[in-house]
Design a protein around this ligand. Structure first.
Ligand code: FES
Length: 164
């Protein structure tokens, strides 16, 4: 266990938040705090990279691969720099059948970017994600992790206009 790299990345109050996550689990289950720790690092640093993931692994005293497995599996983690607002559009089966292609086309045209891209002003990042488990409200997306269902181009325009 080497706590110094993460302490070099996060301010003391954020380290305290990581410790709060660790306190929720038995001392020999430090791995259980990995999701909370990654979220804290991501919120502070914008996105995760190898150095940050390694720092989390070293702080928790777990294999680095255990951190990579989590960070690369869940779409809630960003492995590339992102803009101020992140739009995750579901294109999985239910959303596809309910017109997610129109939603994607509208967003790409309106923002002038493709998936995995960020607008030049740094305001929006567009991402394609797998089923968001809101199939009953398809087509759906997350904007900054808030769910928006039964999307239409008009509804999207309204949502985007409300964002600073
Ligand atoms: S297919 Fe889009 S939420 Fe399930």
């Amino acid at each position: 266990m080497n706590q110094e790299p993460l302490k070099a990345i996060l301010p003391a109050e954020k380290i305290a938040e990581v410790e709060q996550w660790l306190a929720k689990y038995p001392a020999d289950r430090r791995r259980s705090a990995v999701m909370g720790a990654l979220r804290i690092v991501q919120e502070h640093c914008n996105h995760l990279n190898e150095e940050r993931m390694n720092a989390v692994a070293d702080y928790l005293g777990i294999p680095r691969i255990a951190v990579y497995e989590v960070a690369t599996f869940y779409s809630m983690y960003f492995l590339q720099p992102v803009g101020k607002h992140v739009i995750n559009v579901c294109t999985n089966v239910s959303c596809m059948l309910r017109g997610s292609d129109q939603i994607v086309a509208h967003l790409q045209k309106k923002l002038g970017i493709g998936f995995k891209e960020t607008t030049q002003d740094g305001k929006f990042t567009l991402r394609e994600v797998e089923c968001l488990a809101a199939c009953g409200g398809a087509p759906c997306c997350q904007i900054d992790f808030d769910y928006h269902e039964n999307l239409t181009p008009e509804k999207l325009d309204k949502l985007l206009a409300e964002l600073e």
